[in-house]
Design a protein around this ligand. Structure first.
Ligand code: F6R
Length: 585
């Protein structure tokens, strides 16, 4: 998490850095900061809150300088405060640093540096890097030698960018695991966590390989390995999927992305025949398949497992990315690991992919953002092709992942499947006004439950996750049959429970579970193709083939979370404490 940007230019860079930060805000937004080299001094401004707070303060007294760095933070070490916002300075103020990642051995380094007289001004892990570089340069090392020394000292994963008072025409960038790339401009170079930060200036980019050090000037870039070997540079032209997203007439990206689903679902089928065939072949070849993912991608993977089982007759296991180590001993050459990640940057998924590769397993990733660290770590990649998802809550990527799994399980890419889904998605979106009203009632509740069986269970989990992250409400998704094994004790008079219950093979049993809740005073909201006297509220689902119900059901639940968040006045596109790319463990 955290967004970082640094630029060396012929022109003043302050405003540009702030604009760049706005595009990186999806990576974290609890505080932000900027440092510019002005009149041989590093000037720093930091504020708590989103980038617009920094923008306002900066506008009141801007810096003038052609070299600068900036950062938008998602706090790991050290609370959310101005002193912990980046950039951080060394004691003498000669080195400024921004960082994305975690420096695991920072406590011992900090202790050692303090013993040697360094004064720390923040509680972050990052600050050690500024002090270390000050020492290394102070001992007469070149920029490269100093950077190599630091890379040897630091443990963990990090993308670091240093600005130096005494080397005004250079920056140092060091990458280990966390993403970092350089936009190659005309007489200016920009280093950032994401190309979105510099796309309006250049679409030529160098993706730094893992364990790289870059010494960046305005017109020159040198990249080295951690042992000082010069790396060959490959600048690539970035594709259209990097274009800057626009909210159009929508109030938020999240609602725009919810509405985009009927249109973009067919894009999932726009696969290169080769990659799709390989995917299928690997699924059939592998003796064991593990699907590894986090959050909403994990929920889509649960559906994926059911699709693979039902339509391809293939057994697979779904593993939470953060728990992959519990099954890693099974990763071997007979094994296929399917890594599912919208961003392709989720650290736990990447680590699982790396371990799988080391153990000889084949890794295929399903991503949306591209290029990404995950796909570079994989043997093959399948893309969702649905355009940027900006809202922090996954919406269109969830339905697209599920549909992709379905197509792979079926073994063919049928355009009419997408047409059928598009029609049903469009129809269910017509309930928007009704769901907005329902959100008024739901958002007053203390706890909300979601119940589903079979394929619909994954949607119970996903519906609850959406409400938690967007409206900050306590919500739980349950397998319908589990209700009486404990959670039923939580049902009180008026407790809302969403019964996800299309007329499929689970209909009767799930309805009975709903009635059990109703009998105990719960408020029952049925999502179904068929009304029931037991429902206090009814959201009619369009009739589609059984396997598509989960994909369609997820949409009213996305709308519910969105409108509940609005009623409660939450920041819908940027829920507190979260970030779109989870690049730390
Ligand atoms: C939920 C959400 C997160 C992500 C999770 C994985 O709405 O957005 O739970 O699904 O962080 O992210 P990716 O798919 O990028 O690996």
């Amino acid at each position: 998490m955290c967004g970082i940007i640094g630029i060396l230019s012929d022109y003043p860079v302050g405003d540009y850095l702030i604009e760049g930060l706005k595009r990186l805000e999806y990576r974290g937004y609890d505080s932000a900061g900027i440092a510019v080299l002005q009149d041989h001094k590093i000037q720093v401004l930091r504020t708590v809150g989103a980038v617009n707070k920094l923008e306002q303060s900066y506008a009141a007294s801007p810096f003038v300088g052609n070299v600068g760095i900036a950062h938008t933070r998602w706090a790991t070490h050290g609370g959310v405060s101005e002193k912990n916002a980046h950039p951080h300075l060394s004691c003498k103020g000669d080195v400024a640093v921004i960082h994305n990642g975690i420096i695991q051995n920072y406590s011992e380094l900090r202790q050692r540096l303090q013993n040697n007289g360094h004064i720390f001004r923040s509680d972050t892990d990052t600050e050690v890097a500024a002090h270390l570089l000050e020492d290394e340069l102070g001992s007469g090392k070149s920029l490269l030698q100093a950077a190599i020394a630091i890379a040897k000292e630091l443990r963990g994963e990090y993308a670091l960018v240093f600005m130096l008072k005494d080397f005004p025409d250079k920056m140092i960038a060091i990458r280990k695991s966390s993403p970092l790339l350089i936009g190659v401009g005309q007489n200016e170079n920009i280093v950032s966590s994401d190309a979105l930060a510099f796309l309006d200036k250049t679409n030529r980019a160098i993706f730094l390989e893992d364990e790289s050090i870059a010494i960046i000037g305005k017109k020159d870039i040198e990249v080295y390995t951690f042992s000082g070997q010069r790396r060959k540079l490959h600048a690539i032209e970035l594709a259209a999927e990097f274009s800057l997203p626009d909210k159009e007439s929508y109030e938020h990206f999240t609602i725009k992305e919810i509405h985009e689903q009927p249109e973009v679902i067919a894009k999932v089928l726009e696969q290169e025949p080769g990659s799709f065939t390989l995917f299928r072949k690997e699924i059939e070849r592998a003796k064991r398949i593990f699907i590894v993912a986090a959050g909403s991608s994990f929920h889509a993977s649960l559906l994926g497992r059911s699709y693979l089982s039902e339509y391809a007759g293939i057994y697979s296991d779904v593993v939470l990315a953060s728990e992959y180590k519990s099954v890693a001993k099974w990763f071997d050459d007979d094994c296929l690991i399917l890594c599912v990640s919208q961003s392709g940057e989720t650290m736990d998924v990447i680590e699982a992919a790396k371990t799988a590769k080391q153990n000889g397993a084949t890794v295929i990733s399903i991503v949306n953002r591209s290029p990404s660290t995950l796909e570079k770590t994989s043997d093959a990649v399948v893309r969702l092709n649905i355009g940027a998802e900006v809202g922090v809550a996954a919406t269109k990527s969830f339905t697209a992942q599920a549909f992709l799994f379905y197509a792979v399980a079926k073994g063919n890419m049928q355009a009419h499947d997408a047409v059928e889904l598009k029609g049903a998605m469009t129809e269910v979106l017509r309930h928007e006004a009704m769901i907005a009203k329902l959100s008024d009632i739901i958002s007053r509740s203390k706890d909300v439950y979601y119940l589903g069986r079979g394929l619909n269970y994954a949607i119970a989990l996903e519906g609850a996750l959406k409400l938690k992250e967007l409206a900050y409400m306590h919500a739980e998704g349950l397998a319908a049959g589990e209700l009486k094994h404990g959670p039923l004790a939580l049902i009180e008079k008026g407790t809302p429970l969403f019964l996800i219950n299309p007329e499929d093979d689970t209909y009767e049993e799930t309805l009975s579970n709903g009635v059990e809740v109703k009998s105990r005073g719960g408020m029952l909201i049925g999502l179904s193709t068929k009304p029931s006297v037991h429902y206090d509220f009814f959201v009619r689902l369009p009739e589609v083939r059984r396997e598509f119900y989960p994909i369609v059901e997820s949409i009213p639940l996305q709308l519910l979370a969105y409108y509940s968040a609005k009623v409660l006045n939450k920041d819908v596109d940027r829920p507190r404490n979260l970030a779109k790319s989870v690049t730390v463990k």
